[in-house]
Design a binder for this molecule. Structure first.
Ligand code: PGA
Length: 251
């Protein structure tokens, strides 16, 4: 059995004070909730204040992005060493907003994924198709291509450190969720692909999150699907009560 994993991607919201306050509210909402892995991904400048609130709790921190080098002339970037120091257990890699707005390509995402693993940071590798790709029937090809590219060169013994987040781009922030059946179909395809890349035992261990307009109202149907192991939540993770409701539904 895979342990469910729910992560909240706060995107470019909540500066240091608000982020620390929200982290505290989430902690009280999830007191006593077990058997689920939980993370929040504050904006980089809020990692330090949130870290202080989360110390010695079961709420872990994720970075929203990470560069692959340890230090140097990379203006504006954050290194895996720095994320380790500030207490990030996870890093979201290759979110569709990074791909579309900031031009991240599959090769860069692969370098980041490998760097995260070699520094002990667990990558949450994002993939997903556009509406056009879904309508033209190329969803599986697109997602398979992204997953293969991102995981190229990852060793079998590191497979269990990876989380894949399937996020159809047309469902992100739009209020339009993939149906549980649509999501399950892609998740199953991803799991088969992971079995080809690694082997089926490794594929069975890797958590595949669904993301895209996840809310308390739709999580139950999604998490009930065989290959949906949790959620990457954007908008609904910015309110402690809705994020906690999603987490509790996944246990
Ligand atoms: P959303 O975002 O839940 O607001 O759709 C999900 C994501 O981008 O990770």
């Amino acid at each position: 059995m895979r342990r469910p994993f729910v992560a909240g991607n706060w995107k470019m919201n909540k500066g240091p004070k608000e982020a620390a306050a929200l982290a505290g509210q989430i902690l009280s909402e999830i007191a006593g909730v077990n058997n689920v892995d939980i993370a929040i991904a504050p904006v980089a400048i809020s990692l330090a204040s949130v870290h202080l609130v989360l110390q010695n709790t079961n709420l872990k921190m994720a970075a929203q992005n990470m560069f692959y080098e340890e230090s140097g002339a990379y203006t504006g970037e954050l290194s895996p060493l720095m994320l380790n120091e500030i207490g990030c257990k996870y890093a979201i890699i290759g979110h569709s907003e990074r791909r579309q707005i900031f031009g991240e390509d599959d090769e860069l995402i692969n370098r980041k994924t490998r760097a995260a693993i070699s520094h002990g940071i667990q990558p949450i590798v994002c993939c997903g198709e556009t509406l056009e790709e879904r309508e033209s029937g190329s969803t599986n090809d697109k997602v398979a291509f992204q997953v293969k590219a991102a995981l190229s060169g990852i060793r079998m013994e590191d497979a269990s450190k990876i989380t894949v987040a399937y996020e159809p781009i047309w469902a992100i922030g739009t209020g339009r969720t993939a149906s549980p059946e649509q999501a399950q179909e892609v998740h199953a395809m991803i799991r088969n692909l992971l079995a080809e890349i690694f082997n089926s035992a490794a594929a069975d261990q890797i958590r595949i999150q669904y993301g895209g307009s996840v809310k308390p109202a739709n999580i139950e149907e999604l998490i009930a699907k065989t290959d949906i192991d949790g959620a990457l939540v954007g908008g609904a993770s910015l309110k402690a009560d809705s994020f906690a409701a999603i987490i509790k539904a996944c246990v």
